[in-house]
Design a protein around this ligand. Sequence first.
Ligand SMILES: Nc1nc2c(ncn2[C@@H]2O[C@H](COP(=O)(O)OP(=O)(O)OP(=O)(O)O)[C@@H](O)[C@H]2O)c(=O)[nH]1
Ligand SMILES: [Mg+2]
Length: 278
Amino acid sequence: MFSFFKKWAAEIKGGKIDWDDVEAHLIQSDLGLTLTERILTRLKGQTLSAQTVTAAASQAILSLWDQPVRQLTVSGDPAVWLIIGVNGTGKTTSIAKLAHRYKKAGKKVHLVGADTFRAAAIDQLKIWADRLGAGFSAGREGGDPAAAAFQGLAAARAADADLVLIDTAGRLHNKENLMRELEKVKRVVQNQSPSAPHETLLVLDGTNGGNALDQARQFHKFLTISGIIVTKLDTSSKGGAVAAIKAEEQIDPLFIGVGEGMDDLVEFNPQEYVARFF
Ligand SMILES: Nc1nc2c(ncn2[C@@H]2O[C@H](COP(=O)(O)OP(=O)(O)OP(=O)(O)O)[C@@H](O)[C@H]2O)c(=O)[nH]1
Ligand SMILES: [Mg+2]
């Protein structure tokens, strides 16, 4: 998100800028309309410079998080977390990272492969489950993902798991039939456990810019997202438009992915996030 903004701020250092310029650049920095307006309001009556704009932007972003970011708790009998997102954002890897994190905290974790779209996806999850010592169930390639989720949850309950992580196939947010398929996964899980899923986590690729806001909006519309995991922040300074998503949709980033290993998941911290970019 901010790399574009930072580059611009460096360019204009000392130079003159006008309001239109500031507004255009803020919008192009994937901050979204709400935040852009708040930043412009903060700038009223000030001299425009790289410094004042940067300060106003970081203050506006930080004030989105006047409450501490929610910590996830493993509760439910068992806790069921549904992991969703577009293709290749890091869903399966993030599941492995979450499994590792909560196993370390003493929880019995069960992974459910409901990505029946391709056999390799199921194998990938199985490899992680074996490596982590987590329980595992999966549907078969070409099968119904909702059936896979239902049977996986039943197996997890039989195994007395504390936390069930359901992996789903990557899908484009603008494909309604694929969104309906996810709704069905959710419904079928609820048939077995009415309070589930206890978390519906959207995984966003942090190297992606403004499109992330679009993704969040669409997935939220169909499934009600409870939190976001932003991945690949080790390779990008874009940041997946999380501030815009928080400002526009009130959805919090909960974790960030900072590598491909199972320890590379850290809790989202707004101060660190802003400091990283400004
Ligand atoms: N550098 C880096 N790479 C990551 C991170 N998270 C995931 N990846 C890599 O991104 C690629 C895709 O990750 P997956 O977990 O397979 O993504 P996915 O969302 O499950 O993909 P589909 O199931 O195909 O939709 C893999 O090569 C991962 O190792 C991260 O935080 N940092
Ligand atoms: Mg996957």
